[in-house]
Design a protein around this ligand. Structure first.
Ligand SMILES: Nc1ncnc2c1ncn2[C@@H]1O[C@H](COP(=O)(O)OP(=O)(O)OP(=O)(O)O)[C@@H](O)[C@H]1O
Ligand SMILES: [Mg+2]
Length: 365
């Protein structure tokens, strides 16, 4: 019985070919510590996924086992080269003479993912909020830090305007759509001018990372302000960032800015997980035809240039702005819309990229 399961499992896994090696997953040496539960036939194994392997292989492996009539496997994905964090170069501080702190792991806050771009208004906050809600819908424990202390958009985008409570000197994060949230927008008056200088941003971020009662999270998404300034530096200096998602529009100018934004993360050895092209054409709801209003192909060009995957192209979505202004992310307001479907696919792709970059994710079945 076990041998049978074992043989079938190995055969199914070898039926999935890795384009890098031209061989099946077992023959490619990607399956380690394969064990079969005798009573159920459930396979447990470690998937050794290199950074230059397609992250979709994990999903294909899972599907191949299911297609072969075997139970859902338990897969731990790791990078045989190990996580990239040990090579973290401490970036120079924006303030000359201030030594850059060494980024650290903060227990409990899970994988920190920065959603960034070089340019304003391309959809960072939209992507952050929708990815977070999509993660939460899949059962992950998620938080968002609104790192945009000058123009905190998070409260409006999720329709939460309360002041967070504090308990035993710790801030209790607010919550919407199953996602825990913190933003300077919750703490100051809505119309107060938010003019902060570098050291204050560092302090606020430190407080958000260390003094908020996050509980146990799987992912902490950071909605970054545009550019490559103090906030980006401060984040990568203070915490180990598992990866950055770069948002761009299809236009060339936005791509150039995004490239500079992405390079900044690469310089400090934060892996760029991939590119999201937002406002990528408009799909006519009547004819279903796609119109490229802002040019096309920018996301793919940027991804190519960075050698990272294009995680998805989110179309301009009618009603998204109104829904966002009502505090409803599009994955909630119009869950079957093209934008919502693609944003959920992007959430899956981000999870795979994080796993592929060497940090094991919890197994959710
Ligand atoms: N795919 C989309 N379809 C339609 N509208 C969109 C889309 N993505 C974002 N928007 C709208 O575009 C505007 C800018 O988006 P968003 O605030 O997410 O950008 P941002 O990059 O976070 O901006 P900032 O740099 O100011 O923080 C918002 O009004 C948002 O609702
Ligand atoms: Mg924003």
């Amino acid at each position: 019985m076990t041998t049978n399961h074992l043989a079938r499992t190995r055969a199914a896994l070898d039926g999935v070919v890795n384009s890098r090696t031209g061989q099946g997953l077992v023959a490619s040496g990607m399956i380690d510590a394969l064990a079969i539960d005798e009573s159920t036939g459930t396979a447990t194994f470690t998937f050794l996924l290199r950074r230059d392997d397609p992250a979709t292989l994990v999903r294909q492996a899972r599907q191949a086992l299911i297609d072969a009539g075997l139970p859902h496997p338990r897969i731990q994905v790791t990078d045989p080269a190990g996580p990239p964090k040990t090579t973290h170069a401490a970036p120079q501080s924006a303030q000359a003479g201030v030594p850059a702190p060494t980024p650290m792991e903060i227990p409990g806050i899970g994988r920190v993912i920065a959603v960034s771009s070089g340019k304003g208004g391309v959809g960072k906050s939209t992507v952050t909020v929708n990815l977070a809600v999509a993660f939460a819908e899949s059962g992950y424990r998620v938080g968002i830090i609104d790192v945009d202390v000058h123009g905190p958009d998070l409260p409006r985008m999720v329709g939460v305007f309360e002041k967070p409570m504090s308990q035993n000197g710790r801030i209790i994060p607010l919550e919407a759509y199953g996602v825990k949230l913190i933003s300077i927008g919750f703490l100051i008056d809505r119309d107060a001018p938010a003019i902060w200088r570098g050291p204050i941003i560092t302090k606020i971020l430190h407080q958000f990372l260390h003094e908020v009662e996050w509980g146990e999270l799987d992912f902490l998404l950071c909605d970054m302000p545009p550019g490559t300034g103090d906030a980006q530096l401060s984040l990568v200096q203070q915490v180990h960032v598992a990866g950055a998602v770069i948002v761009t529009t299809p236009q060339e100018v936005s791509v150039g800015d995004a490239l500079r934004g992405a390079k900044m993360f690469e310089k400090v050895n934060v892996p760029v997980l991939g590119v999201v092209e937002n406002m990528s054409g408009f799909i006519d709801p009547v004819t279903g035809m796609r119109h490229d209003l802002f040019g096309s192909g920018g996301g793919a060009r940027l991804a190519d240039e960075l050698g990272v995957p294009l995680l998805g192209q989110v179309p301009l979505q009618a009603g998204l702005v109104d829904a966002a202004d009502r505090g409803e992310p599009i994955v909630i307001a119009a869950p079957t819309s093209a934008a919502a479907v693609i944003l959920r696919e992007i959430a899956d792709a981000v999870r795979h990229q994080v796993a592929a970059s060497g940090v094991a994710l919890p197994i959710l079945e």
